[in-house]
Write a protein that binds this ligand. Structure first.
Ligand SMILES: O=C(O)CCC(=O)C(=O)O
Ligand SMILES: [Fe+2]
Length: 340
């Protein structure tokens, strides 16, 4: 039997310029079926110029000497640089780590980084902080829309139920991450069936924003088989900025008893990459609630009707509700091989 080429994922493209019930319902429907949604960049407050400038900064950092990167190596607070092969997103199936390097920024305070910055980026501190804030603000807007679409009970907080838990009143696990997947040199002995750019995983936070670059495909989502995700979906002209890809993370899935899907995804070397010889650069903003937020079922009649078994994940097995910080600690320990 001939093998069929995998079909491209048909992820909806949504304009979020209005905070209204129509937009909210469309977002929730997409999140409940795919767990992934394209958001038109022009319908957000994020400027394409800034996205492009961020990619220039990313290139500059990843091109800097290894000795410079090592000065800000990642620590157990999840901030800093992780080198090629050091992170294993799918430890059960991978024999080698991910073929990528990454730089994680945690929250900035008063425009200042709370971690050592590499020398290539010290002059860009305010810029990085502003970009972090603009990503956070878009996530808050999306979280309000999700709360509206899920019809969260008014007396429990209604449209602000999620956003009030992401209000920067305390520390959180939010991370802005620059990613670089280099073209793999022959001597690395990359074996396509065994090795991978980013192993299969779901994201750990509430929602993730992903910025991709034209011509640098490679993301795939698991939905009855692996499906490639385009940078420009069919309905978006390639002359326009690539839309922002938003996906649901584990916390929003727990909070909604699995109604919103935290879809498994991975990054592979697409056949086109070896032909064009391009590295892949991407940027992810992982939005997390404040550390103390509890993983309890959201109060919503809409969900009570739709989800039979609620709160599979709301306790640690002994009846104690777990917090966002406790959940994150367990997930990071597994991917970096840190002790729990
Ligand atoms: O680069 C990408 O496309 C995805 C990265 C990713 O899924 C992650 O870092 O969680
Ligand atoms: Fe991811």
């Amino acid at each position: 039997m001939a093998m069929c080429a995998p079909t491209t994922a048909k992820i909806p493209v949504i304009n979020v310029s209005k905070i209204d019930t129509d937009t909210a319902d469309r977002l929730v429907a997409a999140a409940a079926s795919f767990g992934f949604i394209f958001i038109e960049l022009e319908s957000t407050d994020i400027e394409y110029n800034n996205v492009q400038h961020m990619f220039e900064l990313s290139k500059k950092f990843f091109a800097s000497p290894r000795s410079e990167k090592e000065k800000c190596a990642i620590t157990e607070n999840n901030k800093g640089w992780s080198s090629m092969l050091s992170e294993t997103l799918d430890p059960e199936h991978q024999t080698r780590g991910d073929f990528k390097e990454a730089l994680n920024f945690g929250e900035f305070q008063g425009g200042k980084a709370q971690q050592p910055l590499p020398s290539s980026l010290v002059d860009s501190e305010t810029y990085l902080s502003d970009f972090f804030d603009s990503c956070h603000n878009l996530c808050v807007r999306l979280l309000q829309l999700f709360a509206m679409g899920l019809k969260i009970d008014e007396e429990a907080g209604g449209k602000d139920w999620f956003s009030s838990r992401h209000d920067k009143s305390g520390p959180s696990g939010s991370i802005l991450r620059l990613l670089h997947y280099p073209i793999i040199p022959a001597e690395a002995g990359y074996v396509p069936e065994k090795d991978i750019r980013a192993g299969a995983h779901s994201d750990y936070g509430s929602i993730t924003l992903l910025f991709q670059r034209p011509g640098q495909e490679g993301l795939e989502i698991l939905s009855g088989g692996w499906h490639p995700v385009p940078v420009h979906p069919e309905s978006v002209d390639t002359a326009r900025p690539p839309p922002i890809l938003v996906n649901i993370g584990d916390l929003l899935s727990y909070w909604t008893g699995g109604y919103l899907k935290s879809t498994v995804h991975r990054v592979v070397v697409p056949p086109s990459a070896s032909a064009s010889g391009e590295d892949r650069y991407s940027m992810a903003f992982f939005c997390h609630p404040v550390d103390t937020a509890q993983l309890i079922p959201v109060p919503s009649a809409f969900l009570r009707e739709r989800v039979k078994k609620r709160g599979a994940m709301d306790t640690d097995g002994e009846g104690k509700v777990i917090t966002a910080a406790e959940h994150l600690k367990g997930r990071l320990a597994a991917t970096y091989g840190w002790k729990k």
